[in-house]
Design a protein around this ligand. Structure first.
Ligand code: PA5
Length: 466
């Protein structure tokens, strides 16, 4: 069976000529990484935060996994039915979410959503009034379905967008029909959205409490949007299951997940590399870089540790960023995402036969142009001393997307152990949320204190503005 491969030819080299890693130093970390891997294998059915590993099999009774009880066995049927209903009845589908609850589904729709589908998909993950206004102008709310995803049920951006769309719809249709336009995906056990569902009768689709946002692409949160976009979610889950099984391999040099974790860790902690460039050579995979960037940043950027992920796109950014990558500060590790077989083939035609200087292009295709540019960039980076590896995807299909998500998700708990940080929390994002709530007038002692603190910065004498 084909799978995603890790090409690390351009990671290995002489450290005098660049920031390369040697086979010896990678091998030396092997035992530590393998011990972390073995620990995770033992923990995976015991620790809540690792339950995302069980998502690919949790919807199928045949695998007999009971980590989520029977909740998800039932949920898969609900998702399939809901997706069919939505596709047959509505012209637009709006997924309202942010952060980890949004990025996986958005990456899926961009990579695989059927362009010829009748239903239009919108995935607003910001509260920019111009963007939300544009979506409101584009859709007919009475022909639109809204899927609200917030595990906590308390995320201000998601709630605000929900209320805006709900209010628009309320003006157009009778009150008793409103709930037919919504599903709410949230933690069923607690949180304000679960309460709202009980009070107002919205359909609640559970997101298991143990699955954290940035590991939730294979939870119902990612799956409904994918299914409505025409993506085969069984294939997606199957790909993830296959990669999960494959990366249980204990032998370090045979396991791409362990090797990729080793490159990341050695580059960051021993080579003064502080920047991880994520560089898909595929327009369709551009938001995979957004998704993985969040996973790396929010999971590992703690206690003064971590690497800064930077999202780029090939070939476009060859004409924007590559100069810096090759000749700027030597602080980067590059991960390419390449595609072996694009789903379409477009030849470069002999449009101007009299122009001999263009001749080398004729008979080529956009396919081998993009593929050649990726390989050329990998070599050029190597020649400039920049270590880089390539995740080679046979084709962009649900099966391989499932593999990709699982491979990269599984790297994170390994790295969490190596860095000795909790990969599953995000204490550093809480404070700004508290300030924002205070500014918006939320009641409570803690918010009053924050408001007083902020008054300091509202006085011109305390600010430097030109
Ligand atoms: O990855 C995470 O845990 C976060 O990015 C959350 O997904 C994000 O903050 C949204 O949270 P919620 O689903 O509770 O609205």
């Amino acid at each position: 069976m084909e799978r995603i491969r890790l090409d690390f030819t351009h990671v290995i080299g002489d450290s005098e000529n660049g920031k390369f890693l040697s086979m010896e130093e990678i091998g030396q970390l092997g035992d530590t990484i393998c011990s972390a891997h073995e620990e995770l294998k033992k923990e995976r059915l015991k620790k809540d935060e690792l339950s995302f590993l069980s998502l690919p099999i949790a919807y199928n009774k045949k695998y007999g996994n009971t980590i989520f009880g029977d909740t998800l066995w039932n949920t898969k049927t609900v998702i399939d039915q809901k997706a069919e209903q939505i596709k047959s009845r509505f012209s637009d589908y709006v997924q309202i979410a942010i952060g980890g609850s949004a990025l996986g589904a958005t990456a899926l729709v961009n990579a695989l959503g059927e362009p010829q589908r009748k239903i239009r998909i919108h995935t607003p993950d910001n509260v920019d009034p111009e963007w939300i206004g544009e979506i409101l102008d584009t859709i007919q709310t009475e022909k639109t379905f809204f899927n609200i995803i917030s595990k906590s049920g308390g995320t201000v951006e998601t709630l605000s967008n929900f209320f805006v769309f709900y209010d628009e719809l309320r003006k157009k249709i009778p009150a008793e029909q409103l709930k037919d336009h919504f599903t709410i995906m949230t933690n069923p056990e607690k949180g304000p959205l679960a309460e709202l569902c009980r009070e107002e009768g919205f359909t609640l689709i559970p997101i298991p409490n143990s699955v954290h946002g940035r590991f939730s692409v294979l939870s119902p949160g990612g799956l409904l949007t994918a299914a409505v976009s025409g993506i085969d979610i069984d294939e997606l889950l199957d790909g993830a299951r296959v990669m999960d099984e494959f990366t249980e391999e204990s032998e370090f040099w045979k396991n791409p997940m362990l090797l990729y974790a080793a490159f990341h860790y050695i580059a960051n902690t021993r080579k003064d590399i502080d920047t991880l460039i994520l560089l898909p050579y595929s327009q369709k995979l551009r938001t995979i870089a957004d998704w993985y960037s969040q996973l790396v940043a929010e999971s590992l950027g703690k206690d003064g540790k971590g690497i800064t992920p930077v999202k780029a796109l090939g070939a476009t950014d060859q004409h924007s960023q590559l100069q810096l990558y090759n000749e700027g500060p030597m602080n980067k590790f590059v991960t390419f995402f390449s595609v072996e077989k694009y789903r379409r083939r477009i030849e470069i035609p002999n449009a101007f036969p009299s122009r001999k200087d263009y001749q080398y292009l004729w008979g080529n295709s956009l396919n081998n142009l993009l593929g050649s540019e990726q390989r050329a960039t990998a070599i050029s980076l190597y020649n400039h001393g920049v270590p880089n590896c390539t995740l080679r995807m046979p084709e962009i299909t649900p099966f391989y997307m499932g593999q990709l998500f699982m491979l990269l998700e599984k790297v994170i708990p390994i790295l969490g152990k190596l860095y000795n940080v909790n990969a599953f929390d995000q204490p550093g994002v809480e404070e700004s949320k508290e300030y924002a709530r205070a500014m918006l007038g939320k009641e409570g002692k803690v918010y009053e204190e924050k408001r007083k603190e902020m008054e300091f910065y509202s006085k011109p004498a305390n600010c430097k503005v030109v």
